[in-house]
Write a protein that binds this ligand. Structure first.
Ligand code: G6P
Length: 613
């Protein structure tokens, strides 16, 4: 979703801003622009398409200036074109603004501003805000920061913004409400960005702005923060733990492939310090404070979006199966608007890679208002969701850049397995011997994932058979059902093949009508408690001439015989099997996308971090 980057200091801003936009490309966007302030003039460059298109456009232009800001736009109001791209200028051309979020009352504000003579160039909600700032500033003779503060008091909606003005060339003003914003503090220079990725190579000292805070960064080395209600805030400086290498492709052709192959490590990292099978110990430090609440919970509600919602479905199986706590899974976007029944003794678990998904954040706020305890399972340290929840557990998967989530998903599942075991053991639903057995198996998972990754060559072969299809069906039962959904989503996201995931038994209630010799049916048929039932479902597909692509447990003979193509994976307890069986599906999607010449890391229309509802 929209990306923001800004710089003020002694260096040339353009190269820093452009590189920052490239670092933010993973968020997903359809146009880009930069504004550079030089000698009391704002130079603006905007282009539809990629950051490279913008670079080409600006190639022979004067891009000098030591204060600048850039934006990648993911269209909400107004189609993706050059005019609607940010930055937007005020009517007098003195103020420029970039914005991530949605100004919900823009139509009313626009009408009022038009009646005062403002003329708008674009269809965006953002342009209304920059005109509003201009109006308020000129009418009341205010400095920029104060005009921004008062203007923000008049808007409803979500925003992260950066504003520059030719009248005050030594400052940039940033603000946030509902959309993320990080301020980077260098030596005699400052940065602002939607996340830390554009900043990390210059400084590790950052301040995460809170909602309704306004930051003024000054070329002379001063950072000041205020709230919209005009209270001073002391900047809480944090040190970034991320390393720049984590943001590079490290020899892989795509981030997605790198992230798939990082999974033995990322799964290990999400267990590090939490489990010790030799002692039979499990610790969930971040949840300890809410131990009693969790142990006594009558119900757990898991909320999430996208791939994280699939992790939530796995959690439902785990929490009920192992911990014996009734669990419901909700799309955050539905939950927040359907007036759900939430009790004070409910525990709501919000799962999010980015920690910024607007619907998940709103679901958390709702659950908090109703008095529930809200826990987060997030990957991005310092993001909004971990700050909005009462407690939680980080997944520690490291930065995930590919839009299609891979290692973040398996890290989420790893954390959820540990949560389930921790609750189960402490509630007495499993005994020490059983816990220790699970811990031994869990510790063996990274090596098994390593082995599973060896199927990459087979995935290439299978991909050749799927790449020319218009549709695909993914089937699984039990713990394999959420993985079937996730496999289908991965294929849709990056290769644009229509794919559906189904519980294998449900197939006969509809999708079976679609099956013919052209329909690839990918079946998760690993050894689990429903293996024999899955075998029957495979027969049903075969009887209709569907092509079977099976994921089977090493040593399997029955399904291998029936399948047209198969990939073998190591055996493990079924509660842990999502960590293994999702790997070949990730690889198949990747290979299919390559064969179809799709943009693997930045699929069309998708955004990595969905900061609007
Ligand atoms: C977007 C991304 C998905 C992600 C979903 C939820 O749609 O493209 O990969 O699963 O948002 O994001 P979150 O950061 O909350 O996990």
């Amino acid at each position: 979703m929209c990306g923001i980057v800004a710089y003020i200091g002694k260096k040339e801003a353009y190269p820093i801003v452009i590189k920052g936009l490239e670092r933010l490309e993973y968020r997903g966007y359809d146009s880009a622009g930069v504004a550079l302030l030089k000698e009391s003039k704002i130079n603006l460059f905007k282009e539809k398409g990629k950051v490279q298109d913008l670079k080409n456009k600006a190639a022979n232009e004067d891009v000098s200036g030591t204060s600048g800001m850039g934006h990648t736009r993911w269209a909400t109001h107004g189609e993706p074109n050059m005019v609607n791209a940010h930055p937007h200028l005020s009517g007098n051309g003195k103020i420029a603004l970039i914005h991530n979020g949605i100004i919900e009352n823009y139509a009313a504000l626009k009408t009022t501003l038009e009646s005062r003579g403002h003329v708008f160039q674009s269809d965006t909600d953002t342009e209304v805000l920059v005109h509003l700032i201009e109006e308020i500033q000129s009418k009341n003779n205010l400095d920029l920061a104060e005009a921004v503060r008062i203007s923000l008091g008049e808007v409803t909606g979500a925003y992260a913004i950066v504003v520059m003005s030719t009248d005050e060339p030594d400052i940039l003003v940033g603000a946030r409400k509902g959309s993320p914003m990080v301020v980077g503090i260098g030596k005699d220079e400052f940065f602002m960005a939607s996340d830390a990725t554009p900043i990390i190579e210059y400084t590790k000292n950052v301040v995460y702005l809170e909602d309704e805070e306004i930051a003024v960064i000054n070329r002379k080395g001063k950072l000041s923060i205020k709230t919209i209600s005009n209270e001073d805030v002391a900047p809480a400086i944090q040190e970034l733990k991320m390393e720049i290498e984590a943001l590079e492709k490290g020899g892989y052709d795509h981030y997605m492939l790198k992230e798939i192959f990082e999974q033995p490590r990322s799964i290990y990292d999400s267990m590090r310090g939490r489990i010790d099978s030799t002692k039979g110990d499990i610790h969930m430090g971040g949840l300890e404070e809410y131990r009693n609440t969790l142990m006594n919970a009558k119900r757990i509600i898991v909320v999430a979006c996208g791939t994280s919602w699939h992790a939530a479905l796995v959690a439902e199986y785990l929490f009920e199966d192992l911990a014996r706590i009734p669990t419901e899974v909700e799309y955050a976007s539905e939950f927040r608007y359907r007036n759900p029944v939430i009790y004070e003794d409910d525990v709501v678990v919000a799962i999010s890679q980015s920690g910024e998904t607007a619907d998940t954040l709103a679901a958390i706020e709702l659950a908090k208002q109703k008095g529930a305890t809200v826990l987060g399972v997030c990957n991005v340290v310092g993001s909004s969701i971990p700050r909005a929840t009462h407690a939680g557990a980080y997944t520690h998967a490291g930065p995930e850049i590919g839009v299609a989530s891979t290692k973040a998903f398996t890290a989420q599942v790893t954390v959820l397995i540990q949560m389930a075991l921790w609750i189960a053991y402490n509630r007495g639903a499993i005994n020490q011997a059983k816990l220790t057995r699970y811990l031994v198996e869990l510790e063996a998972i990274p090596a098994k994932v390593e082995k599973t990754l060896k199927c990459a060559e087979y995935a290439k072969e299978l991909a050749k058979m799927i790449a020319s299809s218009d549709n695909a069906l993914y089937l699984g039962r039990g713990y394999n059902f959420p993985i079937a959904l996730e496999g289908a989503l991965k294929l849709k996201e990056i290769s644009y093949i229509h794919a559906e995931g189904y519980p294998a038994a449900e197939m006969k209630h509809g999708p079976i009508a679609l099956i013919d010799e052209n329909m690839p049916v990918i079946v998760l048929a690993t050894k689990n408690s429903q293996y024999e039932k899955t075998v029957s479902n495979i027969q049903e597909v075969k009887a209709r001439k569907g092509k079977i692509f099976a994921i089977v447990t090493k040593g399997d003979t029955e399904v291998k015989e029936m399948a047209d193509y198969y990939i073998q994976v190591p055996d493990c307890p079924e509660e842990l099997s999502p960590l293994i069986s999702s790997i070949p599906l990730q690889l198949i999607s990747y290979e299919v996308a390559l064969l179809r010449e799709c943009n693997v890391d930045q699929p069309r229309n998708l955004a990595k971090s969905v900061t609007v509802e």
